[in-house]
Design a protein around this ligand. Structure first.
Ligand code: LLP
Length: 441
């Protein structure tokens, strides 16, 4: 199990999450259910915040990458932990503002921000907008002028660093829809262009190399390339970079194939990045920039568990045994999308030894609807509570109503107490946008 003290096995032999018995949660709230450990989330936010404070004199801001798990409660927690957030859509921005999140600590991303999203961000007075297209610079400048304001912006650059992770979540390779390539000269071109805009204040650069990455060297290499680019911009066009956003991407534990990093262990990623920034600035004679970091998965991933009830069990002799659960690709599409691996625990029999290898199937109408194929479990029975661990990041965010299944609710647990942070969906929610034109009645 994970190393972050979210999970324990209690005296009843039940899985415990943030001090709450998983079986009691399943009984009280029903399954499928997303469960989040508040303490874990706060610890992670605090560790990132404190590292910047202690090792970089507070000249930086951690931005929780809210695409990992976005709901009002998450923005409220980030606010009370005194960190910022990154949002990537009008929807995330709206949620953050509704939760009372201070706009000045919001950074707006997106490789194709829609004109109305740009307007929403400007009207909300978000702190930073990260430009990822020439056309975006035009719209931003025009709309900022119309409002009589000057918007602080960063430019997303692509430093061309390949990281060891799934191709779909790599973002800084030469063939990427994100950022302006440093190597091709596109990055310099957009810098020159943005500097011509009177209603944009270019503060610096952003880069994000990908997600679920463990190699410190990949992050450090990207930071070094950004600093080198900063130096080039200074010598070539006298542009002094004030701010550098190094993105997120730090990996987490899903199975024992992954390193187990205790919460405090994440300090080393920031320490390495801070050291690289300081050394690079010294080498090139640059002023050390204000730093942003955008961890998402590492804040919320291991803090989340999904609880299911085991339903149909099907053994195909010589082939495989399937446990079907009351969820599936509609609450966790990550196995289908990336072949992601997870660890499963029978929450009501968490002390029992694994006896067999099973596949966990969902209830959607397609064969590929699996949570995984190689779970080591005690012999499961219909009615057992199955916990899939490390599902806090990019599960709820990517959930859908496929087959008109209901997206599970989410509860937040603190010291054994649980509250809804996302209420259950109802069938009425499912049909509430359907329209029957008269001619079909
Ligand atoms: N900043 C930017 C600009 C990003 O694009 C991302 C993630 C992050 C920060 C946060 O990265 P993290 O610390 O969470 O690795 N759906 C995929 C993950 C997509 C990540 C997208 N960008 C998955 O389920 O694995």
């Amino acid at each position: 199990m994970n190393t972050r003290e979210t999970l324990k096995i209690n005296e009843k032999g039940h899985l415990e999450i943030g001090g709450a018995d998983a079986c009691e949660l399943a009984h009280r709230f029903g399954t499928p259910l997303y469960v989040f450990d508040e303490r874990q989330i706060r610890d992670m936010m605090g560790i990132y915040r404190d590292t910047i404070e202690e090792e970089y004199g507070g000249r930086g801001l951690v931005l929780y990458a809210s695409k990992a798990f976005s709901c009002e409660a998450m923005y409220a927690i980030a606010k009370s932990e005194r960190i910022g957030v990154d949002v990537v859509s009008g929807g995330e921005l709206f949620t953050a503002l509704k939760a009372g999140f201070p706009a000045k600590n919001i950074c707006m991303h997106g490789n194709n921000k829609l004109p109305y999203e740009i307007v929403e961000a400007l009207d909300a007075h978000v702190g930073r907008i990260v430009i990822d297209a020439f056309s975006e610079a035009d719209i931003l400048d025009e709309e900022a002028e119309r409002r009589g304001l000057i918007q602080d912006v960063l430019i997303r650059i692509n430093p061309g660093v390949e990281a060891h992770t799934h191709a779909y979540v790599q973002t800084a390779t030469p063939d990427s829809k994100f950022g302006f390539s440093v190597a091709s000269g596109a990055a310099e071109e957009i810098v020159r262009y943005v500097l011509t805009k009177r209603h944009l204040h270019l503060r610096g650069f952003h880069c994000h190399i990908g997600s679920q990455i463990f190699e410190e060297q990949s992050f450090v290499l990207a930071a070094k390339k950004c600093i080198k680019f900063m130096s080039e911009m200074k010598t070539r066009i006298s542009f002094e970079t004030e701010e550098l956003d190094l993105g997120g991407g730090f990996g987490i534990w899903y199975t024992d194939e992954d390193p187990k990093i205790p919460a405090l262990g994440y300090r080393r990623y920031l320490s390495a990045l801070i050291a690289a920034v300081k050394a690079g600035c010294k080498e090139y004679g640059l002023t050390e920039p204000f730093l942003y970091l955008e961890p998402g998965r590492s804040i919320v991933g291991e803090a989340g568990v999904t609880l299911y009830t085991v339903g149909a069990i099907k053994e195909i002799p010589g082939v495989r045994k399937y446990l079907a659960v009351d969820g599936g690709m509609f609450d966790n599409p990550r196995f289908c999308l990336y072949g992601s691996k997870y660890t499963a625990v029978l929450a009501n029999r968490a002390n029992e030894k694994p006896e067999e290898v099973v596949a966990v199937a969902g209830k959607c109408c397609e064969s590929g609807d699996l949570i995984g194929t190689n779970f080591n479990l005690p012999k499961a029975k219909t009615g057992d509570i199955l916990a899939i661990l490390s599902t806090g990041a990019y599960n709820f965010s990517m959930a859908s109503n496929y087959n008109r299944n209901l997206i599970p609710p989410a509860v937040l647990v603190k010291d054994g107490e649980a509250d809804y942070i996302v209420r259950p969906q109802t069938y009425e929610d499912i049909v509430c946008r359907d329209v029957l034109p008269d001619r079909l009645k």
